[in-house]
Ligand binder design. Structure first.
Ligand SMILES: Nc1nc2c(ncn2[C@@H]2O[C@H](COP(=O)(O)OP(=O)(O)OP(=O)(O)O)[C@@H](O)[C@H]2O)c(=O)[nH]1
Ligand SMILES: [Mg+2]
Length: 296
């Protein structure tokens, strides 16, 4: 069965990437928490489970939270919808979005204001005055936290980029008269060793490429495509191959793309880069690597 194949191929991958700014971010978030009214927890629609910060609820305590699922344009909607329903069934507000092409600012502000109105009502009852709404944006690297801020402000106020670790400091940004947002650097955990989650994060751009075991990550990507998205694999690389071995698939793609070194041997590094870049740039899309069915 599919799931068995997938699991059988996973062996231990330990990835260490925990720069100082991540530890500092966690500390500063804790220190600023009293100021915060609402938390936007940003996750990637292609990995709706792996891209959640493991101890997020310890970190933000009982703050009201909206889960913002970005990159919906790149995900497999059928699979991701199962996760949306699941998170909603747990009582969370879920706002799914394509920040690049179709961000509905008024919808997000409407959900945010509904939460805030409740809070303000309570403040007024206690005889306190209404105050500015302060929103904390939190998430793993490269999910679109800073892009979201720019979209909310309507112009580029913070740096963004298609590689993890762009934001290095906490920044307060004013959205309008009533709302201020705190942009934060992406956070991971000190040691990533839950193999599947680590490989999902590595495959879908949350981990710095320079420190990845690229060969292993690419084999994992090919494996996932072969198991769940054979059509995408075949149409992108024009291969028709009945095999479960990702190395055979890699070699075939290498031959098709002319990635050869002297003597006709496959230039593995070159093929691996092609595949990583296809995923990173979104050329390979309509994929969701966290499978809801596997989790139960
Ligand atoms: N296709 C697509 N790309 C997106 C979406 N949201 C963000 N991106 C892209 O994802 C990349 C990362 O965006 P950032 O906003 O820099 O991510 P971040 O979470 O602030 O990352 P760090 O600061 O490194 O933690 C950028 O290249 C964005 O253009 C989306 O909904 N769809
Ligand atoms: Mg950022």
């Amino acid at each position: 069965m599919n799931n068995t194949n997938e699991n059988a191929r996973l062996d231990k991958t330990v990835i260490n990437w925990y720069p100082g700014h991540m530890a500092k971010t966690k500390r500063l978030i804790k220190e600023n928490l009293d100021l915060i009214d609402v938390v936007y927890e940003v996750i990637d629609a292609r990995i709706p489970k792996s891209s959640k910060i493991i101890d997020i609820d310890d970190l933000i305590k009982n703050k009201e939270k909206i889960i913002i699922m970005t990159k919906i344009d790149l995900c497999d909607k059928k699979e991701t919808n199962k996760w949306i329903k699941y998170y909603e069934s747990l009582g969370y507000h879920v706002f799914s979005t394509d920040l690049e092409h179709n961000f509905k600012k008024s919808e997000l502000l409407k959900i945010t204001n509904e939460i805030i109105q409740e809070k303000n009502k309570k403040r007024l009852q206690k005889g306190m005055i209404k105050r500015k709404t302060r929103v904390l944006i939190i998430g793993i690297p490269n999910v679109g936290k800073s892009t979201l801020i720019n979209k909310l402000v309507g112009k580029k106020v913070v740096n963004t980029g298609n590689k993890p670790g762009i934001t290095k400091n906490l920044n307060w940004i004013r959205i309008d008269e009533d709302i201020e947002l705190l942009d934060t650097p992406g956070i991971l955990w000190p040691k990533l060793e839950q193999e599947k989650e680590a490989l999902n994060l590595a495959s879908l751009t949350a981990i710095k490429e320079e420190i990845l075991p690229i060969d292993k990550v690419v084999c994992y990507i090919l494996d996932m495509l072969n198991i769940y998205y054979k059509d995408i694999l075949n149409s992108r690389y024009k291969i028709e191959l009945e095999t479960e071995d990702p190395v055979e698939i890699l070699e075939l793609i290498g031959k098709k793309r002319g990635c050869l070194i002297k003597g006709g041997e496959i230039d593995y590094q070159k093929v691996e880069n092609i595949i990583m870049n296809d995923v990173k740039s979104g050329v390979i899309s309509n994929i969701t690597f966290d499978r809801f069915d596997n989790e139960g």
